[in-house]
Write a protein that binds this ligand. Structure first.
Ligand SMILES: Cc1cc2nc3c(=O)[nH]c(=O)nc-3n(C[C@H](O)[C@H](O)[C@H](O)COP(=O)(O)OP(=O)(O)OC[C@H]3O[C@@H](n4cnc5c(N)ncnc54)[C@H](O)[C@@H]3O)c2cc1C
Ligand SMILES: NC(=O)c1ccc[n+]([C@@H]2O[C@H](COP(=O)([O-])OP(=O)(O)OC[C@H]3O[C@@H](n4cnc5c(N)ncnc54)[C@H](OP(=O)(O)O)[C@@H]3O)[C@@H](O)[C@H]2O)c1
Length: 487
C-alpha cells in the first residue's frame, strides 16, 4: 500500500483499535462507524475490538446479576452491532500481555481504551483482611461464572454483613439471601448453584453509612428485594432519620422520593413483633451505620466473628457524621460493596487516587497533562465506576467526537493492513476468539439450557433454562475456536 494514500479513504481506512468489549467499547465502535463523516463517505474506518475474555460484553456478562433478564434488550442491541460484520472482534487477547502499546501504535492510527473496572475499592478498616471478609466484586465474579476466579466460594456463614448502599450491595445481598432453586431459571453455572444451595445463611444485613434518603441504589433494584421467595425484609425505626436536606432531596428527586416511599411503606407494614415473620431467611436493611472494625473471636482466631459500626447522624449537608455510639453485629462473613475500582494499564498514565486513565473528555493525558496523540478512553476507565450501561453511550459519543476532531493529526500506523494484526497474534500463539466463535459459544450455552429443559429441569427442579454459562476459559476458547476470524 502506498504510504501516500490518505488515511481515512477506502484504499487506506482509518484503523482504530478498541480495547475492551464491554458496553463502552461496543458503543464507541458503533458510534464511530455511524458517524456523519463515515455516513457521508468522507471517512472510511476499520475497527478491531479486543477483549481479554473469550466472550464479549464485559460486566454485562461478568457483573450484571443472573436474575436480571431485563438486560436482555441491551444485549440484543449490542449483538446486532457486532453481528453487522463491520467491526472485528478478537477475544482472549489481553492488552499488556498479548499486545503492547507499540503493537497497537504500529497497527492502528488510534486506540480507544474501554477497559472498565472489575476490582473492589479498598476499605481500610482493621480486620478487613480476616478470613470470611470478601470483596463484593469477587463474589459477583464468582456467581457470574468469571473464567479466572476459583470455582469454589466459601458459603458457610449463617449471618452476613454487606457494607454499602449501592446497587452492587443489593445484588450481593439478594444473591446471598435468595434460595438457589429460585435462581435456576437464570444462566447460573452448576458450581454456583451447588455453592448457593449449600449455604446455611439465615440473616443478611445491609449497612448504609448515611440515611434512607441518601442511598445510591435505585427504585427497581430496591423493590426487587421483596420479590425473593421465603425472604423477609426487616427495617429499623431508629434508622429513619430525615433532616431538612433529606426533605429537599426527597422533593427534588423522584427516584429518592420513590425509594423513601417504598422503605417507609415496608416499615409501616412490618409487624411490631418480628417473631411473627415466617420466612426462613431475613434481609435486614440498616442505615446510619459506618463500619469501624471487622473482628475475629477466641474460638476461631483469624476468622470473622463480628463487625463494629459507629452510629451516624445526618449533618445537614447530605453527609453523615459519627455519634460516638458503637454497635456490634455477630456475623461470620463480611462483604464490602463500596464501589469498584479501575486497574492501571501498562504503558498508559493512571490516576491511582481515582482509578481512571487521566483524560480530557476521553483524550488520554500523559503525566504532564498533555494529550497523548491517538490514545483515547471511554466508559468506566474514563470516568470511574459509576453509572448504568446506558450512560456509557454518552461517554462513547464524547470520546469519538474528539477522535474525529483529531483525525487529521493522528500518528499514522506503520502496518495498517488488517491481516497484519491477525498474523502478529497467530505468530505469538495467541488463541484469539472471533465473533463467529462467540456465536458458537452462545449457541452452545443455549443448547446446554435446552438440554436441561428437555430433561425436565436441573437438580430435581422443574424449570425452563434458556442458557447455562460455560465457565472455564479453556472450554470457552475451545468451543469458540471452532470458527475462524475472517480477514
Ligand atoms: C455488579 C454489577 C452489576 C451491574 N448491573 C447493572 C445492571 O443491571 N444494569 C445496568 O444498566 N448497569 C449495571 N451495571 C453497570 C454496568 O455494568 C457498567 O455501567 C458498564 O458495564 C461499564 O461499561 P464499560 O464498558 O466501561 O466496562 P466493562 O463492562 O467493565 O467492560 C470492560 C471490558 O474491558 C475488558 N478489558 C479490561 N482490561 C483489558 C485488557 N487489558 N485487555 C483487553 N481487554 C480488557 C474487560 O474484559 C471487559 O470486557 C452493573 C455493574 C456492576 C459492577
Ligand atoms: N441493577 C442495576 O442497575 C445495577 C446493579 C449494580 C450496579 N449498578 C451500577 O453500577 C455502579 C456502581 O455501583 P456500586 O454499588 O458499586 O457503587 P455506588 O453506587 O457508588 O455505591 C457505593 C456504596 O458504598 C458506600 N461506601 C463507599 N465507601 C464507603 C465506606 N468507606 N464505608 C461505608 N460505605 C461506603 C457508598 O456510600 P456513600 O453514598 O455514603 O458514599 C454507597 O452507598 C452504580 O452506578 C450502580 O447503579 C447498577
Amino acid at each position: 500500500m502506498s504510504t501516500n494514500t490518505p488515511v481515512g479513504t477506502a484504499a487506506r481506512p482509518l484503523r482504530v483499535a478498541v480495547i475492551g468489549s464491554g458496553p463502552a467499547g461496543v458503543y464507541a465502535a458503533d458510534i464511530l462507524t455511524k458517524s456523519e463523516a463515515v455516513k457521508s463517505g468522507e471517512l472510511t474506518v476499520s475497527i478491531d475490538l479486543f477483549d481479554r475474555y473469550p466472550a464479549p460484553y464485559g460486566l454485562i456478562r461478568y457483573g450484571v446479576a443472573p436474575d436480571h433478564p431485563r438486560i436482555k434488550g441491551i444485549v440484543n442491541a449490542l449483538h446486532k452491532v457486532l453481528d453487522r460484520g463491520d467491526i472485528r472482534f478478537f477475544g482472549n487477547v489481553d492488552y499488556g500481555t498479548d499486545l503492547s502499546i507499540d503493537d497497537l501504535r504500529t497497527h492502528y492510527d488510534a486506540v480507544i481504551f474501554a477497559t472498565g473496572a472489575i476490582k473492589d475499592a479498598d476499605l481500610n478498616i482493621p480486620g478487613i483482611e480476616l478470613e470470611g471478609s470478601y470483596g463484593g466484586a469477587d463474589f459477583v465474579s464468582w456467581y457470574d461464572g468469571h473464567p479466572d476466579v476459583s470455582r469454589e466460594w466459601p458459603l458457610e456463614a449463617k449471618e452476613i454483613a454487606v457494607i454499602g448502599n449501592g446497587n452492587v450491595a443489593l445484588d450481593v445481598a439478594r444473591m446471598l439471601s435468595k434460595h438457589a432453586d429460585d435462581l435456576l431459571v437464570s444462566e447460573i453455572p452448576d458450581n454456583v448453584y451447588a455453592g448457593l444451595k449449600s449455604s446455611p445463611v439465615t440473616d443478611v444485613h445491609v449497612f448504609g453509612r448515611r440515611g434512607p434518603a441518601q442511598v445510591k441504589f435505585t427504585p427497581l433494584e430496591l423493590r426487587e428485594l421483596s420479590h425473593s421467595k421465603d425472604v423477609d425484609i426487616i427495617l429499623y425505626a431508629e434508622d429513619f432519620e430525615f433532616d431538612a436536606e433529606s426533605d429537599r432531596q426527597i422533593q427534588s428527586n423522584n427516584q429518592t422520593k420513590t425509594m423513601v416511599g417504598t422503605l417507609t411503606n415496608w416499615i409501616a407494614e412490618q409487624p411490631e413483633d418480628l417473631s411473627e415473620l415466617t420466612a426462613s431467611r431475613r434481609l435486614h436493611l440498616h442505615f446510619l451505620h459506618s463500619p469501624v472494625e471487622v473482628y475475629d473471636g477466641a474460638e476461631a482466631p483469624g476468622r470473622v466473628a463480628g463487625i463494629k459500626f459507629e452510629r451516624t447522624e445526618l449533618d445537614g449537608t447530605g453527609n453523615a457524621r459519627g455519634t460516638g455510639e458503637f454497635v456490634d453485629y455477630p456475623v461470620q462473613a463480611v462483604y464490602r460493596a463500596i464501589g469498584y475500582f479501575g486497574s492501571a494499564l501498562p504503558e498508559v498514565e493512571f490516576d491511582h487516587s481515582k482509578g481512571v486513565v487521566p483524560n480530557d473528555g476521553g483524550r488520554v493525558l500523559d503525566a504532564a497533562g498533555t494529550h497523548v496523540p491517538g490514545i483515547y478512553a471511554t466508559g468506566w476507565i474514563k470516568r470511574g465506576p459509576v453509572g448504568l450501561i446506558g450512560h456509557t453511550k454518552g461517554d462513547a459519543l464524547e470520546t469519538v467526537t474528539y477522535l474525529l476532531e483529531d483525525r487529521e493529526n493522528l500518528p499514522q500506523a506503520a502496518t495498517p493492513a488488517p491481516e497484519a494484526i491477525v498474523e502478529l497474534l497467530a505468530g505469538r500463539g495467541v488463541e484469539y476468539t472471533s465473533w463467529e466463535g462467540w456465536l458458537a459459544l452462545d449457541e452452545h450455552e443455549r443448547a446446554l439450557g435446552e438440554k436441561a429443559t428437555a430433561a425436565g429441569g436441573s437438580h430435581g427442579v422443574t424449570v425452563q433454562r434458556e442458557r447455562i454459562k460455560v465457565v472455564p476459559r479453556e472450554d470457552m476458547v475451545e468451543i469458540s475456536r471452532g470458527a475462524a476470524v475472517e480477514v
